[in-house]
Design a protein around this ligand. Structure first.
Ligand SMILES: Cc1cc2nc3c(=O)[nH]c(=O)nc-3n(C[C@H](O)[C@H](O)[C@H](O)COP(=O)(O)OP(=O)(O)OC[C@H]3O[C@@H](n4cnc5c(N)ncnc54)[C@H](O)[C@@H]3O)c2cc1C
Ligand code: FES
Ligand code: FES
Length: 488
């Protein structure tokens, strides 16, 4: 019998918090600013884009407490059970001194109006904790999710480069507290479930993966919330009611990554940031695409399972995963079934998922030797932008130069992520030559009739997809310069 408690418990800065009366859609930012009067974290966009609300959330991973930057505006209170929340207010020393990272920002003129500054400081603080002497690339990456409208980024980056000269993490005034906090955080993880409220106000934090499976089977009307980088916006932008809610972001079993000589399996709760090292190792041609998903805070929160489950036609993981032949494991209660990822997407807003069934994992076969693969994202901004289109290409070309196999998949070109089967057919059995490519690009119009929207026109999408095939051909035949950017 699973023990059930009725309080969301976490540590805010140095204080133990226990909440027995909290709504499923209360965000951390609202709670900090309105309930706790901690107004250092700002609300700029309320949709995870600007980083003004950045805080650190420490969570237990094995025996360690790992600190991630997150956007408090789209993080719900129910997801904080068993964590340590650190806000900008906590960085100031007891004697009123600025933290080394703050002092570096002051001395390098990293702030003008100051609205964005707490968010930048928290992102730099998170970076400094794990990498006090970062390269320019690492600083830019850590700040991908922070926008400043007045200072300009050069002084902020200079502060990032200088921060280690103001102090090192070993001497962090907060280090002793963090070490002491570990046992308090561990004590909250008592192996039990948390349940608060009733009906549409109900919050459930399952004790384990099995507990989640049983709860969701019995409550298929509930909203699953993993990283809340989609669901957060349902609340802050669309004022949608989301309760009852089952929070799953804390489930260690859903954070597992299993790889062997033939495949990699990501459980659904693996965040983009957690997946990155494994992807870079096994699919280096996906690294740049991954680095262009959102910004660091969203990559720390958003999960692979959420990106697939939401069925979005413009999610960035389905096209490369479909091109690689990924399979999805769906689970309802104790029953599991496996389907091809491409078959999961039936129509716009319709996926092959039964009531009470959830995405448990996605399994991606490793690329066989000799196959060529690439994934490309086209968006208006390099960072922190949703794809206008995202395409992935995989071909096998024999020693004689014949295309033996082709798998091409796109997002942003149809109502679902979708394979380009006519283009594939136009390639297979032909010579891998520019002439073949020029014939095959015409087939894109058979596969896709894209729409025009704020991200791109239909014509732009079609032409870009055709040009991406040309680019893939040039890159794989050594005739084109590889247009990739190094990922920090
Ligand atoms: C600022 C910003 C930038 C973004 N940039 C990008 C981008 O560049 N590329 C991109 O692809 N996406 C982007 N996104 C979208 C978002 O990050 C992803 O879709 C994310 O992967 C969703 O995962 P999550 O864990 O946050 O999902 P949640 O918001 O928690 O859930 C999303 C949906 O999936 C369901 N769900 C979650 N987990 C499961 C599960 N295991 N089984 C069944 N259902 C489940 C939820 O009920 C909900 O319907 C961005 C979002 C923001 C806010
Ligand atoms: S307020 Fe803009 S990211 Fe949270
Ligand atoms: S200092 Fe004004 S927004 Fe950055």
């Amino acid at each position: 019998m699973t023990a059930v408690s009725s309080a969301i418990r976490f540590v805010l800065n140095g204080e133990d918090i226990s909440l027995t009366d909290i709504k499923p859609d209360t965000t951390l930012l609202d709670w900090l600013r309105l309930e706790r009067r901690l107004r250092g974290s700002k609300e700029g966009c309320a949709e995870g884009d600007c980083g003004a609300c950045t805080v650190l959330v420490g969570r237990l991973m094995g025996d360690e407490v790992i600190y991630d930057t997150v956007t408090a505006c789209i993080r719900f209170m129910g997801s904080l059970h068993g964590t340590h929340v650190v806000t900008i207010e906590h960085l100031r020393g007891e004697n009123g001194n600025l933290h080394p990272v703050q002092q570096a920002m002051v001395d390098h003129h990293g702030s003008q109006c100051g609205f964005c500054t707490p968010g930048f400081v928290m992102s730099l603080y998170g970076l400094w904790m794990r990498n006090p002497d970062p390269s320019q690339g690492a600083i830019e990456k850590a700040l991908q999710g922070n926008l400043c409208r007045c200072t300009g980024y050069a002084p902020i980056i200079r502060a990032g480069k200088a921060m280690s000269s103001y102090g090192l993490p070993q001497g962090d005034p907060l280090l002793a507290e963090r070490i002491a906090l570990k046992s308090r955080i561990k004590a909250i993880h008592d192996g039990g479930r948390v349940e608060i409220g009733e009906g549409a106000e109900r919050i459930i934090v399952p004790a384990s993966l099995d507990d989640f499976a049983a709860i969701y089977e019995a409550n298929p009307e509930a909203t699953i919330v993993a990283g809340s980088t989609d669901v957060g916006l349902w609340v802050t932008k669309f004022m949608r009611a989301i309760g009852p809610v089952i929070f799953i972001g804390h489930l260690q079993e859903l954070k597992a990554i299993a790889d062997n000589a033939s495949e990699v399996r990501f459980y659904a709760g693996v965040s983009y940031s957690e997946a990155m090292p494994v992807l870079v190792e096994n699919f280096p041609d996906m690294a740049e695409l991954w680095d262009r998903i959102a910004g660091e805070q969203i990559r720390n929160m958003g999960t692979i399972g959420g990106n697939i489950a939401n069925g979005s036609p413009i999610g960035d993981t389905p096209p490369p995963f479909i091109a690689l032949g990924a399979k999805l494991t769906l689970r309802r209660g104790t029953h599991r079934r496996e389907i091809k990822l491409e078959d999961y997407f039936i129509a716009y807003g319709k996926q092959d998922r039964q009531p009470g069934e959830f995405v448990e994992s996605v399994t991606i076969p490793l690329l066989p030797a000799g196959e060529k693969f690439a994934a490309y994202k086209i968006s208006k901004r390099r960072e922190e932008d949703i794809s206008a289109l995202c395409g992935a290409f995989r071909v096998f070309v024999s020693d004689g130069g014949t295309v033996g196999m082709a798998r091409i998949a796109f997002g942003g070109m149809a109502a679902t992520p979708k394979r380009a089967k006519a283009v594939e057919a136009a390639l297979v059995g032909k010579q891998w030559t520019q002439d073949t490519i020029e014939t095959a690009v015409a087939a894109f119009a058979e596969d896709y009739q894209p729409i025009s929207d704020m991200r791109a026109s239909a014509d732009y999408r079609l032409l870009s997809a055709q040009n991406l095939l040309r680019r893939f051909f040039l890159e794989t035949t050594g005739n084109g310069q590889r247009l990739r950017r190094e990922v920090a």
